[in-house]
Design a protein around this ligand. Structure first.
Ligand code: SF4
Length: 69
């Protein structure tokens, strides 16, 4: 899982836990935001589609976090 994490380009990424991506909080009062997936395969697919490329800007959660700034 560490190998996948090292490929992530999104600046809002914080960690991976089982089948969850842990991202920055959506507001200043929230420490982090978990993205729970149905299974690990879905999570890996999402990472490839969004987190691990410049496509991260298209992630709905990244769009929400960006509104903080
Ligand atoms: S792309 Fe979305 S799910 Fe992935 S690390 Fe960024 S905010 Fe989190």
């Amino acid at each position: 899982m560490q190998r996948i994490a090292s490929k992530i380009k999104c600046p809002y990424f914080r960690n991976i836990s089982r089948q969850r991506i842990i991202c920055e909080g959506i507001t200043d009062r929230v420490e982090f935001t978990p993205m729970p997936f149905k299974n690990r395969e879905e999570m890996v697919q999402y990472i490839g589609d969004f987190c691990a490329c410049e496509c991260w800007r298209g992630c709905p959660l990244a769009e929400m976090i960006e509104k903080k700034y």
